[in-house]
Design a protein around this ligand. Structure first.
Ligand SMILES: *Cc1c(COP(=O)(O)O)cnc(C)c1O
Length: 411
């Protein structure tokens, strides 16, 4: 069955919860063992002191290690990416920082695409150096040859341990090729004789419209605050990957203690039931809104994956290879300057003036002075993040109401 059919039931047994149709919230810190022998078995497995016996599963121990709400949520999340496993976190940043800490070590080299989410950028530049990890970045205009040259010239390519890509790039919708990064990772895995992992932040298009694991990536990362949660009422994160990846990530999570709470996990279970219809509606709305903006005289340029004539040939090619839809994030240059952009934002009635994305309500923001304020001016210009750029996250409202709101504000 398709994931959308299984979101109401997968991984939950009503008989274990008094027949309740819906999974209750397990607000408990610890779990009663039937016998001391059972407790011993659970701990041996949890700490990897032995392999599991046939049909043996890890029992419930303590809510930092496992809890029914976390486990059911993880089981359901794996379906969208056809992942062997997943691990859920108290925020997207928790998921990302745990992966960076687990797959990098002192002396290691990280290769990453720019721009990345502001929190990720801060972690790479201000936290990882304290652990002796160095990083090399590449942009959307850098060819594979240039990236490899940069790696070789760093003198540290033999320490390359992780390739990290965020695609589409926020806020410009530029695309990076996941397949190309997987190939690069494979090449350095052979050269260095140790595995180079490839991680993709899939928050912008996933899990419906882009499947990094199917394209060969080892790790898919999510801010579950965005489309997965989808209602602007929670903060959470998730990691998807192979059994080996998830086992390593969960072990570090146990000791960092940054797992999601049972209550937030329960809210996400509820959100996942409508994930498919929300995202489909948001995408359909976004196509209509982008088409309207494209034709408006006060709009200079629209950045949206669903308007192919605005995409350069390379982006078009990557889009065909790795995206299943254009998503629901639109950016555009307004004809004017910061003052024009602000005046437009201040006039919006239905769109809320707020950062974040992927939710049922439509949001608008000004990247240059808000989400991307921390990026040096020269880099911002290089990435097309100018004072006339406005970013929209499209929700599930009536599309004609959204267009009417934009039309009035542009007017
Ligand atoms: C929001 C976001 C994050 C961070 O997630 P939080 O849930 O806010 O911690 C990471 N990556 C991307 C692409 C995001 O949009």
């Amino acid at each position: 069955m398709k994931p959308e059919s299984l979101m109401m039931s997968h991984g939950y047994k009503p008989a274990l919860s008094q027949g309740a149709v819906k999974c209750p919230i397990f607000l408990t810190s610890t779990f009663v063992f039937n016998t001391a022998e059972e407790g011993k078995d659970f701990f041996e497995l949890a700490y990897g002191h032995r392999e599991s016996r046939p049909n043996e599963e890890l029992g419930l121990i303590y809510s930092r290690i496992n809890n029914p709400n976390l486990e059911i949520l993880e089981d359901r999340l794996t379906l969208w990416d056809a992942a062997a496993g997943s691990a859920v976190f108290e925020s997207g940043m928790s998921a990302i920082s745990t992966v960076l800490l687990e797959f990098l070590k002192p002396g290691a080299l990280l290769l990453y695409s720019a721009p990345v989410y502001g929190g990720t950028h801060h972690f790479i530049h201000h936290v990882l150096p304290k652990f002796g990890v160095s990083a090399i970045e590449f942009g959307v205009h850098d060819s594979l040859e240039i990236i490899e040259k940069r790696l070789e010239e760093s003198g540290k390519s033999h320490e390359l341990a992780l390739i990290y890509v965020e695609t589409p790039a926020n806020p410009t919708n530029d695309l990076f090729s996941i397949k190309e990064m997987v190939k690069l990772g494979e090449r350095y895995t052979q050269l260095n004789k140790q595995k180079v992992f490839v991680a993709v932040d899939n928050t912008y298009l996933g899990p419906l419209w882009q499947k990094p694991l199917a394209l060969g990536a080892d790790i898919a990362l999510y801010s579950a605050t965005k489309y997965l949660g989808g209602h602007s009422d929670l903060i959470a994160g998730a990691v998807m990957g192979t059994a080996e990846v998830i086992s390593r990530v969960k072990t570090l999570r146990t000791f960092l203690g940054n797992m999601i709470s049972p209550h937030t996990a329960w809210m996400l279970l509820r959100s996942l039931e409508t994930l498919q219809i929300r995202m489909e509606r948001q995408q359909a709305n976004a196509q209509l809104v982008a088409t309207f903006l494209q034709a408006h005289p006060k709009v200079e340029k629209v950045y949206f994956l669903g308007i192919s004539e605005n995409l350069n040939p390379r982006t078009q090619e990557i889009y065909r290879q790795q995206c299943l839809g254009p998503g629901a994030m639109i950016s555009f240059d307004i004809r004017g300057d910061e003052k024009t952009a602000f005046s437009f934002l201040n006039q919006l009635q239905l769109f809320k003036l707020a950062v974040s994305l992927g939710s049922t309500e439509s949001l608008a923001e000004h990247p240059a002075t808000m989400t991307h304020v921390d990026i040096p001016s020269a880099d911002k210009l290089n990435m097309n993040i100018t004072e006339k750029l406005v970013r929209l996250s499209i929700g599930v409202e009536d599309p004609q109401d959204l267009i009417a709101d934009l039309k009035a504000a542009l007017g």
